[in-house]
Write a protein that binds this ligand. Structure first.
Ligand code: ATP
Length: 225
């Protein structure tokens, strides 16, 4: 049975924090493959990605080039509207009925997981593998009791991915590009060059204003992820 890591995100743009997370998850959990799943319209973000789906996929391709265990899925990019993690995992379960699925994510996302759409089903379909991000503090795990057994909670808590804390974020990269500052060594050189040659993020303004959501890609919209 193969072990597949599913790693979703906006990747707007991909950076070394993402790559370290994927590689450490692969190594520590002996994953045969890590599938990066760039979001079309991420359910948890207030503003849609700034770079186009094609640009984000192209940057991911440059970032993972040469890694035999890494690949990209266009599943969410090719859907119209918001895709929820539970739908994406059901898709991979159908594609790989024999595989053991793992869901790779940062600690900020894990904390929010109990509020996602069909969160109990999410953790039934794939075991969450999370890593600390700077600013991580152990939190109140009570909300997990509604979606997971005590054994599952203990498995998630004790199974954190060990990796160097990387204070890197796509937001910070976009800010730096807009301010004309260096992004060298925050993302692979090929991604940096892609951003510069395609003029990405130069006019990016960081806004917290919510923008209208597109409908869910396969079901009526609901407030949670
Ligand atoms: P933004 O700054 O736009 O919110 P981001 O840097 O958080 O973006 P995403 O594409 O939203 O990047 O993240 C995809 C996944 O990678 C999420 O699960 C997130 O928690 C995780 N992640 C992102 N950056 C890091 C990091 N530096 N260390 C560990 N995990 C990370």
């Amino acid at each position: 049975m193969s072990r597949l890591g599913i790693f979703g995100g906006s990747f707007d743009p991909v950076h070394y924090g993402h790559l370290l997370l994927a590689e450490n998850a692969r190594e520590q959990y002996r994953l045969d493959r890590v599938i990066f799943v760039p979001a079309g319209q991420p359910p948890h973000k207030q503003v849609p990605p700034l770079a186009s789906a094609e640009d984000r996929a192209a940057m991911l391709q440059l970032a993972i080039a040469g890694h035999e265990a890494f690949e990209i899925s266009r599943y969410e990019l090719d859907q119209t509207g918001v895709c929820y993690t539970v739908q994406t995992l059901r898709y991979f379960r159908t594609q790989y009925p024999e595989a053991e699925l793992f869901l790779i994510l940062g600690g900020d996302m894990l904390k929010d997981l109990p509020h996602w759409r069909e969160a109990d089903e999410v953790i039934r379909l794939a075991r969450p593998l999370a890593a600390r991000r700077p600013g991580w503090e152990d939190w109140d795990w009570t909300p997990f009791q509604a979606i997971a057994s005590p054994e599952q909670i203990e498995q998630i808590r004790s199974g954190l991915i060990q990796m160097p804390l990387a204070a890197l974020s796509s937001t910070e990269i976009r800010r730096r590009v807009a301010a004309g500052r260096s992004i060298r060594y925050q993302t692979p050189r090929a991604v940096e060059q892609y951003i510069l040659t395609h003029g990405l993020y130069r006019n990016s303004v960081v806004s917290s204003a919510a923008s209208p959501r597109e409908p869910d890609c396969s079901a009526p919209p609901r407030p949670n992820r």
